[in-house]
Design a protein. Structure first.
Ligand SMILES: [Mg+2]
Length: 264
């Protein structure tokens, strides 16, 4: 490395992304409650042990059409109820299912204890962005209600959180993955794709996780770029630990796209 070659940007962590649902505010609890109510409605027609799995199979098959969120789940519940009951479900019970979806959409935003303080502490050291996926209208409402929007430099509401999405966001910030850490509850959506790109992650598990978000394979050799936090209060120290590791490793990283002219 030629010491005379300046880096256009300082080495180390430059941007910290936060997931929204079940990282900043509660979400999965409301979906779980709606699903339990759905199963009680369907149980009036059929006695099946696998209602749970049949609903998920339909939800999963519909994701590519409906995307994530409560509205897609509502349509999938209606489709599943018709299929599971052999089309015997009544219009009034279908209305109850629609109302379950509306209940999810109307739930008040309930921040995780200590999250505002944690995001503010991290924002004092790094640029922070919110990267959340799901229904645009619902996510916008949650961001607005959360009272956290002022802490974030930018809010990205995306349809899928995969490596391509993160690469696009980082490209817009003119940052390399090695300058980015993501904080979230989902290994599948928040952690694995960022580690795969060469970034950093802080996993903060939520007490319940949608089965879809639990399917994740972390890339080999990335454990050193991952930290765990049990509560929001642990997030600033976890990010500080990653920042120290990033500061130590970034100068040798030749993947910096903005380091034009830097020797390979
Ligand atoms: Mg989440």
């Amino acid at each position: 490395m030629d010491a005379a070659t300046p880096f256009p940007t300082p080495p180390g962590l430059r941007l910290v992304g936060f997931d929204g649902d079940d990282t900043l505010w509660r979400s999965e609890d409301y979906y779980r409650a709606a699903q339990a109510d759905f199963e009680r409605i369907v149980a009036n027609y059929v006695d099946l042990a696998d209602v749970h799995e049949r609903l998920y199979a339909i939800e999963h098959a519909n994701l590519a059409l409906f995307g994530y969120g409560a509205k897609g789940m509502t349509l999938s519940m209606i489709e599943a109820a018709i299929a599971i009951t052999g089309a015997r479900i009544t219009a009034s019970d279908l209305q109850r299912i629609v109302d379950l979806g509306k209940t999810i959409l109307r739930h008040p935003v309930d921040l995780l204890p200590g999250i505002r303080e944690a995001v503010a502490a991290i924002a004092a050291e790094h640029e922070v962005v919110l990267i959340t996926k799901g229904d645009l209208f619902h996510q916008e409402a949650k961001v607005r209600e959360s009272g956290l929007a002022d802490l974030f430099r930018r809010i990205e509401i995306v349809s899928e959180k995969d490596a391509g999405t993160y690469a696009r966001v980082l490209g817009e910030f003119d940052l390399a993955p090695s300058q980015f850490a993501m904080v979230g509850n989902s290994l599948r959506s928040d952690i694995a794709p960022v580690l795969a790109l060469g970034g950093w992650g802080v996993h903060m598990p939520y007490h319940v996780t949608w089965v879809h978000e639990t399917h994740a394979e972390l890339p080999d050799g990335t454990a050193a770029r991952l930290r765990a936090a049990a509560t929001p209060a642990e997030l600033p120290a976890a990010v500080a630990s990653l920042a120290a590791a990033a500061a130590a490793s970034t100068p040798g990283d030749t993947r910096l796209p903005s380091a034009t002219g830097a020797p390979a």
